[in-house]
Design a protein around this ligand. Structure first.
Ligand code: ISE
Length: 337
């Protein structure tokens, strides 16, 4: 491993390009050694702006480069499995954007491959675990002062969806964050999912039932609800309230500046997740780089990626079949305990 970690960023779409900028401008101890995109022109354009960075169209070729010590996967979900398995072949540390893979069967194959390797190599990009407000909530709950969590209410609102956003994506791309947050905050597994739908909003694009109301049951007996509302128009908003035996705690309401002027008080709402979670992404990537340079692996594991995929599968079935669906998951393997 080089003194400065040489990172190959695979996929230079919205998240990938943002991570390239982040590593280049913000992160210490790492540099962008390679960028990979099937669009050769795009990869070259990005690489040309960074000294010592090479453009590739094939992830395996980039991972074989002597300048590459670690991999950040930000390509579309269906391409993750192949990239992860190639990284394992080279025993390279990986930060893999969510989803780990698009379904539980492929996530399980990744989990098995990492176990064959004998040590953890993957951190999954569930960035909310690095958000300052979520971290505060997590330590409050771990502290135990409020007693046992009984319920968790979540609101997840996006201003609008990109063209082609489907009901299944509502679960797999959006609610997947609340699945991970629930498992992490409560330290419990999700055992069943129910999806209810009000009459769709007039803002909902053709073919998308928006908003929807998702309910999780957990193995610790907690109930969790998620308002997923992805064409709310007014901005990007993520809120959570935990109701415990001796009190409640709420985040996501006033993380921005509050002003008083012209007879009104108020703040601003971020337009999208890249802005709302900017600091969380910075913290996530910096933690990954720091742990990697120490020879360690921290943060959300491939097990967390698999568990989210299993809950997503139950969620998509609950949504399409209009009934409560139990989550099917393997036992947690020793490597992830
Ligand atoms: C997107 O893929 C994300 O990960 C965002 O955090 C989420 O808010 C959005 O709904 C998803 O489409």
């Amino acid at each position: 491993m080089h003194e400065t970690l040489g990172v190959a960023v695979i996929g230079t779409g919205r998240m990938g390009a943002d991570h390239v900028r982040r590593i280049h401008e913000m992160i210490s101890g790492a540099r962008v050694a390679a960028v990979v995109d099937i669009d050769a022109e795009r990869a070259k354009r990005i690489a040309d702006g960074i000294e010592g960075c090479t453009a590739y169209t094939d992830p395996a070729t980039a991972m074989a480069a002597p300048t590459v010590d670690a991999v950040l996967i930000a390509s579309p979900g269906p391409a993750h499995e192949a990239a992860l398995l190639t990284a394992f072949d080279r025993d390279l540390p990986v930060l893999c954007e969510k989803p780990l893979t698009p379904d539980a069967a492929s996530a399980l194959r990744v989990l098995e491959a990492e176990q064959r390797l004998g040590h953890r190599r993957v951190q999954v990009g569930f960035m909310r675990r690095y958000d300052a407000e979520y971290l505060r909530l997590k330590s409050l709950l771990d502290d135990g002062g409020l007693g046992r969590p009984l319920m968790l209410h979540n609101r997840h609102r996006n201003a609008s969806t990109p063209p082609g956003f489907t009901n299944a994506m509502l679960i797999n791309d959006s609610v997947v964050h609340e699945m991970d947050v629930t498992r992490w905050l409560l330290d419990q597994e999700i055992t069943a999912v129910t999806v209810l739908r009000p009459t769709p909003s007039g803002n909902a694009p053709e073919g998308l039932d928006d908003p929807q109301f998702v309910i999780f049951e957990t193995d610790g007996g907690a109930l969790v609800d998620v308002e997923i509302n992805v064409n709310c128009r007014f901005g990007y908003q993520v809120q959570a309230e935990v109701v415990c035996e001796r009190g409640t705690a709420r985040i996501g309401e006033a993380h921005s500046l509050l002003t008083n002027a012209e007879g009104r008080w108020g703040g601003t709402i971020a337009p999208d997740f890249v802005e709302r979670f900017e600091e969380a992404y910075d913290r996530e990537v910096q933690s990954w780089v720091n742990a990697t340079r120490r020879g360690e692996v921290e943060g959300p594991s491939a097990w967390d990626g698999y568990a989210a995929a299993a809950v997503c599968e139950a969620g998509v079935r609950a949504q399409s079949e209009g009934r409560r669906v139990a989550v099917e998951m393997i036992e947690r393997p020793a490597l992830y305990r």
